[in-house]
Design a protein. Sequence first.
Length: 129
Amino acid sequence: MFHVPELYRIVYGKLASTSTLGNKGAFHFPPAENRKRHLLVIASDGYGWGHVSIHAEKGNEILTPYWDEMCEMKSYFWDDEDVVMQLHPRKSDYINMHPHTLHLWRPVGIELPTPPTILVGIKSGKPHE
């Protein structure tokens, strides 16, 4: 289920919002012990989708998030067993408003299909179905 981490909500400045907006707003994640970069996230849950857009910042530099940073953000905005996707749209639908921003998506009320895990690799040392 989509939810936002209120602790990290931006409450001052041009991106400010309050919890009255629910699952919409901007969120700032300062560098953590295992992460040396700031992450800025915009969250929304309109049109039947839970969505976050994420970019990293280090000093004045805007950077593309790493895989582990995307996983970290997935864990803040969705439950562990939720399937969330990064989406590669049709070329005719492609929009790039920020070259270093990546997105996570999950449709509301629809279970996303996933391939059998064996197509990715062997889990727990044994193949399974």
